[in-house]
Design a protein around this ligand. Structure first.
Ligand code: ADP
Ligand code: MN
Ligand code: MN
Ligand code: MN
Length: 338
């Protein structure tokens, strides 16, 4: 038997952007615990905008478990927030609204800035660094600095240790801006992993005195904002697809622009301007390999007779991947499959 440090992680009730919260409980197990061995736990919802002070208990229901290589016998436990009965989802619980679909696959491209002293890492104390151009996928101190590279590499290793399905990382277009990509099969898996990867990044940065800035447009002017492109596919889209179905799907997306934008992250009008590889927030377009469209079809999609995955480029870096996945699947579900 060994004592495991179970870090229960959940999303609080702040709007429009929930914060990650976590606390540790110690439990003994014969070996690394599985999900069904992990008990429900409670917390004080009045401190997280999830309850009134007089009846403040909320419940944590474990939904995904990951090894934590930063701690001896460490376990990261992603949780859903439940009402005191332990079975009714709390209103803030976006994960509970995601349709269960093992055939739905998501790939999220999380962009973010590393921040120090209130500005992007590598920005001078006054003014701006050299304009955008050399930073995207850059190498060398001038392009990406040293501390940023160290953090990004350490984060990647911690996520891989945890079994998170990172598919890649890259330096982004603005100085101090980075991206990681996470892919998951099943409607909730990638979203779970994005939240845990964010958690690992936030915690890693503590020791460097660095903050992670997830806002979608932290620097005004000619500096790229941060997105979280949502790549998605369903069994039908991968195996059957076809032009008629695709066009019906895009018509459904066009009819629900406001509903999608509502959960694609706050302040998105600052980012979706039609510039910097985006479409304007009030337009809906799709296109082949077009980074100025709302939804981009990869070449492989057309070449394979409208089969495969699509990229919704509108979700931003501060969006909740549960709500994003939930909305995309809801719109897909309105389109009959022939
Ligand atoms: P880009 O920066 O060119 O948009 P990336 O390589 O950063 O592309 O991201 C592409 C994303 O597409 C990855 O996250 C990948 O996991 C995802 N993806 C690939 N195939 C599928 C699929 N069949 N269903 C859903 N997502 C997919
Ligand atoms: Mn990318
Ligand atoms: Mn990118
Ligand atoms: Mn992309």
């Amino acid at each position: 038997m060994a004592k495991y440090k179970l870090e229960y992680i959940w999303l609080d009730g702040y709007t429009p952007v929930p914060n990650l919260r976590s606390k540790t409980q110690i439990k003994e197990f014969g070996s690394f615990p599985t999900l069904d061995q992990l008990p429900l736990w409670g917390f004080d919802g009045s401190s997280t905008q999830q309850a009134e002070g007089r009846s403040s208990d909320c419940m944590l229901k474990p939904v995904a478990v990951f090894p934590d290589s930063t701690r001896r016998n460490g376990v990261l436990v992603m949780c859903e927030v439940m009402m005191p009965d332990g079975t009714t989802p709390h209103p803030s619980n976006g994960r509970a609204t995601v349709l269960d679909d093992p055939g739905a696959w998501f790939g999220f491209e999380q962009e973010y800035f590393l921040y120090q002293d209130g500005r992007p890492l590598g920005f001078p104390a006054e003014g701006y660094p050299a304009p955008q151009g050399p930073y995207y996928c850059g190498a060398g101190f001038k392009a990406v600095g040293d501390l940023a590279r160290q953090i990004v590499e350490e984060h990647l290793d911690l996520c891989l240790d945890a079994g998170i399905n990172h598919e890649g990382i890259n330096a982004e277009v603005a100085k101090g801006q980075w991206e990681f990509q996470i892919f998951g099969k099943g409607s909730k898996r990638a979203a779970d992993e994005v939240w845990v990867a964010r958690y690992i990044l936030n915690r890693l940065c503590e020791k460097y005195g660095i903050d992670v800035e997830y806002h979608c447009k932290p620097i005004r002017g000619d500096w790229n904002g941060s997105g979280m492109h949502a790549n998605f596919s369903t069994t039908y889209l991968r195996e059957m697809g076809g032009k008629a179905y695709f066009e019906a799907l895009m018509a459904a997306f066009a009819e629900n622009v406001e509903e999608h934008i509502a959960v694609y992250g706050p302040d998105n009008h600052l980012r979706l301007t039609g510039l910097h590889e985006t479409q304007s927030i009030d337009k809906f377009t799709y296109g082949l390999a077009d980074r100025g469209s709302s939804v981009r079809m990869p070449h492989s999609f057309i070449n394979d007779n409208y089969r495969g995955y699509l990229e919704d480029r509108r979700p931003n870096s501060q969006g909740d991947p549960y709500q994003i996945a939930s909305r995309i699947l809801k719109t897909i579900s309105t389109v009959p499959t022939p």
